[in-house]
Design a protein around this ligand. Structure first.
Ligand code: MG
Ligand code: MG
Length: 261
């Protein structure tokens, strides 16, 4: 069942997503060599709670922390750890969710730690572009496959691969609602996009092969070939005015600019 949201509900979703986006900005200030992913988790949890919300991931299906932190060849769902200390040249994908006023926000971003190799910079650029290409297709009357195909095509034309085992999703009062939003697919197929649908579009893009492995910790997903992977996610609403992006990278962009200047 797909739950369509009213404009009022979409505004509530926007609040939850703006808080996620501001949490990212808070994290962006602290992402540097020497910081552990567990330290980032604590910063995120405190920030979310200080703003009257609850971390959506904490306890979700038993997940032990407030954010997912996936370093280098980890694709998604990495568990924050004091042993995972970031170093120059790494990338870390941070996925964050909040519950605020009964609605869930969910957004992910892949950060670089200091200077990273040119080929990884290009991976991040294309993965982020693919997200926005998917969003451009998020128009009433189109289908989920139009989003999926736009993402897959942009990534594959640039020599990257998209993960098959994990997908984007509908979102609302629950973090995962229907429909699923794969990062691969055919134009004109899948669920019809209708006004009031809220979706998380989240390309997971691998530098090498699309194959992934699931680690024994029950969460971490890693590339099989050990090459890097990127993850960018926005929460959007299908709307008669065009796609409404409810999360925002503007806050973290500003924090990164200020931190690095
Ligand atoms: Mg997410
Ligand atoms: Mg998501």
């Amino acid at each position: 069942m797909i739950y369509l949201k009213t404009d009022e509900e979409i505004e509530l979703m926007r609040f939850a997503n703006i808080l996620v986006s501001k949490t990212h900005a808070e994290l962006a200030k602290h992402i540097k060599p020497g910081v552990s992913t567990l330290q980032l988790d604590k910063i995120a949890e405190e920030f979310i709670r200080d703003h009257g919300a609850v971390p959506a991931f904490l306890g979700y299906n038993g997940f032990p922390n407030s954010i997912c932190t996936s370093v280098n060849d980890q694709v998604v769902h990495g568990i924050p750890s004091s042993k995972a200390v970031l170093k120059e040249g790494d990338i870390v994908s941070i996925d964050c969710g909040t519950v605020l006023n009964g609605f869930v926000g969910d957004s992910a971003y892949t950060y670089s730690i200091g200077d990273i190799p040119t080929e990884i910079k290009q991976l991040l650029k294309i993965a982020k572009e693919a997200l926005y290409m998917g969003i451009l297709q998020s128009v009433e009357g189109k289908r989920v496959g139009d989003i999926s195909n736009a993402i897959q095509t942009h990534c594959e034309l640039n020599g990257y691969s998209v993960v098959r085992e994990l997908v984007g999703h509908g979102i609302g009062r629950k973090m995962h609602e229907y429909p699923e939003v794969p990062n691969y697919g055919k134009q004109g197929q899948g669920a019809l996009l209708r006004n009031g649908m809220c979706l998380c579009i989240e390309p997971m893009v691998n530098l090498g092969s699309k194959r992934v492995i699931f680690e024994k910790d029950g969460w971490t997903v890693r590339t099989k070939d050990g090459k890097c992977s990127a993850h960018f996610e926005h929460c959007i609403a299908i709307h008669s005015l065009g796609p409404q992006i409810l999360s925002s990278f503007d806050f973290l962009d500003e924090a990164l600019t200020n931190t690095n200047s």
